[in-house]
Ligand binder design. Structure first.
Ligand code: UTP
Length: 416
């Protein structure tokens, strides 16, 4: 241990992070070990590079952005049935698995506890997790097949998520048979001087590495191996906070199979040209998503000859991947985006600081940055009122909040 400690001290000195051991002596033996292990696992070069980027504006202006083609689910006419039959066959053959990304912090909603445990206020008081589970069970019944469900948590919310599922007996799913949990990657948070923060527990203050961490963690956690063993070829990946998410969609699957693409995504048309959402586009000729902040007013308002917005297809985190695409995307590093956030930490005197304004940088990869790995992908426009009822904000914000999600859910399921 002494030798290791000395090695670590030298490493920290090299990167100007010696403060990470300032509370070391006060920790018990188990925590001491844990801290040293955590430090050993930090990629200090990466942190150094990321810190240097916090000073620069994200550089995207040289990218060439062009519109991307899409299909409208309700304008497929005769092709609808054709694609649907292809998809139905693959689903019945047990080739589809679904993944729910539930590692986010849900800061905007402000719910204490994992977002999936949130009750959106229906008469049934079902949580988001249970609503998703209901959807899967219904499809399993329809297709007479098992649809394995994989849930990504973060180190921060994994324990609570598992306890919740345990308490609810996994909503009838069987752990490690048709429901699986895995933890996403994380990165240390740093302050404005580039110093890694220490958390309340005296260990490294880390945060989940964004929904873009999904590919790598599916691979590293062994989930891809399990999927292959189960005969899975297609994987739907969605967020935990859309209570109308349609994870099993034969038309989307049929399109992907028929067109020979390895990624197929759903979109909904923007509510208005200036809605604050990311939209599908081509970036330097490759599929991508452009954030609303990157788009000029002219681009946001531009329309094609049919009056449709050129950049109007919102990305709603409803994406279908061939397992080969996940393997490819998981082996290539994604760029990290920087967010400036409030983070509770322990200062060098051992005092817990609860900031009331942002004080630390968090680094997140975005799932759609991996889309550039493929030359072509399919985009299917679906109806917002049928498939998109996100719970992002608290009710006082008034949009994408429990109240709006509840209304959409009730309407779609004829509960009024
Ligand atoms: P959001 O980007 O809406 O983030 O995540 P969030 O954490 O839920 O909420 P805020 O921004 O803190 O308010 C979209 C989806 O991606 C998942 C979330 O759980 C949600 O299902 N996600 C996000 C992860 O699984 N891991 C992450 O690191 C980030």
């Amino acid at each position: 241990m002494e030798e290791k400690l000395n090695e670590i001290k030298a490493l920290l000195k090299k990167y100007g992070q010696e403060h990470l051991l300032s509370h070391y002596e006060k920790l018990d033996d188990a925590k001491k070990k844990e801290l040293l292990k955590e430090i050993e696992n930090i990629d200090f070069e990466l942190i150094k590079n990321l810190y240097s980027k916090t000073e620069q504006e994200e550089k995207t202006s040289e990218d060439v952005i062009t519109p991307i083609e899409y299909l409208d689910k309700y304008k497929l006419y005769d092709d609808y049935k054709y694609y649907e039959n292809i998809g139905k066959k693959a689903i019945k053959e047990g080739k589809l698995a679904v993944v729910t990304m539930a590692g986010g912090q849900g800061t905007r909603l402000g719910h204490t506890g994992p977002k999936g445990t949130f009750d959106i206020g229906l008469e049934s008081h079902k949580s988001l997790f249970e609503l998703l589970s209901d959807g899967i069970k219904e499809e399993e019944k329809k297709y007479q097949v098992t649809i394995p469900w994989f849930i990504m948590t973060s180190r921060e919310n994994n324990k609570e998520t598992l306890e919740f599922f345990e308490k609810h007996r996994y909503f009838g799913h069987q752990k490690d048979k048709n429901i699986f949990f895995f933890i996403q990657g994380e990165l240390p948070m740093i302050d404005t001087e580039g110093k890694i923060l220490i958390g309340e527990d005296g260990l490294i203050k880390s945060a989940a590495d964004g929904h873009g961490g999904i590919y790598e963690s599916l691979l590293k956690s062994g989930m891809v191996k399990i999927m292959k063993r189960l005969g899975i070829e297609w994987v739907f990946i969605g967020g935990v906070d859309n209570c109308l998410v349609k994870m099993v969609d034969p038309v989307l699957m049929g399109i992907a199979i028929d067109k020979g693409v390895t990624v197929a995504c759903k979109s909904v048309v923007k509510a208005n040209p200036h809605e604050k959402v990311g939209v599908f586009c081509k970036r330097n000729g490759k599929p991508n998503v452009i954030e609303y902040s990157e788009i000029t007013d002219d681009m946001a308002e531009a329309r094609d000859e049919n009056g449709e917005l050129l950049y109007g297809e919102s990305h709603i985190l409803c994406n279908l991947f061939n397992i080969s695409a996940i393997e490819r995307m998981g082996s290539e590093p994604l760029p990290y985006h920087i967010a400036y956030k409030k983070a509770k930490y322990m200062d060098k005197d051992g005092k817990i600081i609860v900031p009331d304004s942002p004080n630390a940088y968090k680094f997140e990869a975005f799932l759609f940055d991996a889309f550039g790995e493929v030359d072509e992908m399919a985009i299917l426009r679906v109806k917002r009122e049928e498939e998109f009822a996100p719970v992002k904000n608290s009710d006082d914000v008034g949009v994408d909040c429990p109240k709006t999600a509840r209304r959409l859910y009730r309407k779609y399921h004829n509960l009024d």
